[in-house]
Design a protein around this ligand. Structure first.
Ligand code: GAL
Length: 633
């Protein structure tokens, strides 16, 4: 597969005189793709209905004539000020009931019909003008759904749309009352109009109500995206893409991705380490200038799944960012390493954000490949190195990995709604399993919760899936590999109730979760033979064989054949033990890797990637800090 690098560019930020020189320098650096347009609505349509395309025509022509392929973004994440005057009720509203105002970006409500129509209109106008343009090779729809926590809105538009959604799902208020258990605390409704959004209640709202609202809110994102897809499909045959984010679970990316051709995401490893993952201070200090060794890979694997094999990094950190609590500079070599890591996981394109650092407005402290004075920033040479190396590198295939993790957005909504222990977090649980697999040198696929055929994988992990989808249950029934479920798998009905028979209720496994407990940080439930449960532990009953015991003799993992149920949240040590045992059973070779080194198998090529700040020895080879090595197996 052909790999390429790209860059994000904002022609509207610069004098037109510099465009040609910028384009020439991009090409000189080996850049093939340039993404433009996604925030430029106020320049495309300065006043309602007055469209000004000439500058964009010239920008696309200048970039294209230099040899660049353009990704054109629809500008719907940044409605201009006049839009708000036209649709004063288009703003999202926060949980406290305050409108989220104009003056930054993403100030719109996914449920606002008038705004969705405006987005359809601008997408149609752009599609008509550029849909068959020779230099426009791909489209980006909107920008980072949910960025700045914008999926959930408590507006009047959302309330109206939620009532409609409920009416379609439940058909009658009586059915809704039954499904939610509204007899509890006399919460029964007689009419759809009596149902509000689940905010501003005296104490916690009914979890079934919250979960319904979370599902609805996700569906609104899918619907919003689809509105533009439907328009653009008719006007272009180029791939339609959205740029997702890291650790963002408020909407179902599998569902949005089903309407698109390529998934992409925006990768800011150092920013994420600082503000998006749980880790010890020592870990954060060690990886300060590199980012966490598994965070990027996790999302590469996730979005490869969401894109059904086709995915890009649409924005790649080029130097210090501006938005994390602290913003260190990358270790020399990381701007290159991050790109190669993405290619090793199957990315088609890695596109750096951004070309030149803007000296004005919100992101003036965010690095680009160029400094504000147009001199090269340190990232440029590394990006250019990647472009040169691409020519020499082996082909990267993306066949199935040996291990799959089932990843379910709805499970995250369920456990956010009812964590039962303050630190029970779905992403954190899944990520802890993923990290252990990677510490053992294994490559991983992330698969959706309705996966109906598990036969490509030798091992499947499904921790924390609140509700098992029928397709997955059936697939597990005939699965020949080793499947590890739990903790908290199949623990709720789709309406957020405790199922009877009690969980996990798995075919062929006589095991029942009789009682659960959450435990605070610093406390553990030890498991005999080494390791422990943290955060969460379950007491099991039933005749299924106990494969592990807790030191108090209760079962810690039960199994029947190749099906296992894990009765707690393993510490890292216990995950390592589990991965070693299960890999041996599935005849998967594992390796104890040096700290910070990670492997990725891509077809016949094995990549070794050193996130550590010092060189490591691996199979007779020295891999420098921030180094990447590859070899044919
Ligand atoms: C992304 C966003 C970009 C820019 C960047 C800064 O979240 O898509 O527009 O804001 O972050 O790191």
């Amino acid at each position: 597969m052909k790999r390429e690098i790209g860059v994000c560019y904002y022609p509207e930020h610069w004098d037109e005189e510099v465009w040609a020189e910028d384009a020439r320098r991009m090409v000189e650096a080996g850049i093939a793709w340039v993404r433009i347009g996604e925030f430029a609505w106020s320049r495309m349509e300065p006043d309602p209905g007055r469209l000004v395309w000439d500058w964009l025509d010239r920008a696309i022509d200048t970039l294209g004539a230099a040899g660049l392929k353009v990704v054109l973004g629809t500008p719907t994440a940044t409605p201009p000020r006049w839009m708000l005057a036209k649709h004063p009720d288009m703003l999202a509203v926060d949980a406290e009931g305050r409108p989220r105002g104009f003056g930054s970006r993403r100030h719109y409500d996914f449920s606002h019909d008038g705004y969705r129509d405006e987005c359809r209109r601008i997408a149609r106008l752009m599609g008509e003008r550029y849909g068959r343009h020779a230099f426009v090779h791909a489209w980006q729809i909107d920008n980072e759904y949910d960025c700045h926590a914008t999926t959930l809105s408590y507006s009047d538009a959302a309330r109206r749309a939620f009532r409609d959604w409920l009416a379609q799902r439940y058909q009658s208020p009586e059915a809704l009352n039954r499904a939610w258990g509204n007899v509890f605390w006399s919460m029964e409704y007689r009419d759809w109009d009596e149902i509000d959004l689940p905010n501003l209640t005296v104490t916690e709202p009914n979890p079934a109500h919250v979960l319904a609202f979370r599902r609805f809110s996700s569906d609104q994102v899918v619907r919003f995206n689809r509105a533009q897809v439907e328009v653009l499909r008719k006007l272009t045959d180029r791939p339609l893409i959205h740029n997702y984010m890291g650790r963002t679970l408020t909407f179902d990316h599998w569902a949005v991705g089903a309407d698109l051709d390529v998934a992409s995401w925006d990768s800011y490893p150092i920013g994420f380490l600082s503000d998006r993952i749980e880790a010890t201070p020592e870990h954060k200090a060690r990886y300060l200038r590199q980012g966490d060794p598994d965070m990027q890979a996790f999302h590469h694997d996730l979005y490869r799944g969401v894109g059904r094999g086709r995915w890009w990094v649409m924005e790649q950190q080029p130097g210090p960012v501006n938005w994390a609590p602290w913003n260190p500079a990358p270790l020399a070599g990381m701007v290159r390493l991050w790109a190669w890591e993405a290619f090793a996981h199957g990315a088609e394109v890695v596109s750096y954000f951004r070309w030149r650092q803007a000296p004005f407005a919100q992101e003036q402290m965010h690095a680009g490949l160029l400094r504000p004075d147009s001199a090269p920033a340190p990232g440029l040479a590394e990006a250019a190195q990647v472009a040169r190396e691409i020519a020499e590198m082996p082909e990267v295939e993306t066949g199935p990995a040996p291990v799959a993790i089932v990843f379910d957005y709805a499970a995250s909504w369920a456990w956010e709604t009812q964590p039962q222990g303050r630190d029970f977090d779905y992403f954190r649980l899944v990520f802890s399993a993923y990290r252990a697999l990677r510490r053992a040198g294994l490559s991983v696929d992330l698969v959706p919760p309705d996966t109906a055929d598990l036969s490509p994988w030798k091992v499947v992990l499904a921790p924390g899936l609140a509700t098992l989808e029928p397709a997955l249950l059936e697939a597990l029934g005939s699965y020949r590999g080793v499947a590890i479920l739990g903790p908290r798998t199949n623990a709720k009905t789709a309406e957020m109730a405790i199922p009877v028979p009690l969980p996990p209720n798995l075919p062929g496994l006589d095991a029942v979760v009789a009682r659960v407990e959450s435990i605070p940080p610093g406390t553990e439930v030890p498991v005999a033979g080494g390791g422990a449960f943290a955060h969460w532990a379950e007491e099991m009953e039933g005749t299924a064989e106990a494969l592990w015991h807790r030191t108090d003799r209760r079962p810690a993992m039960v199994g029947a054949g190749a099906l296992r149920y894990l009765a707690g949240w393993p510490t890292d040590g216990l995950w390592d033990r589990l991965v070693t045992e299960v890999a041996a059973e599935a005849s998967l070779p594992t390796e104890k890797l040096p700290e910070g080194l990670r492997l990725r198998d891509a077809g016949a090529v094995r990549f070794a990637i050193n996130y550590g700040p010092e060189p490591v020895e691996w199979q007779g080879e020295t891999i420098p800090a921030a180094g990447v090595a590859w070899r044919r197996q």
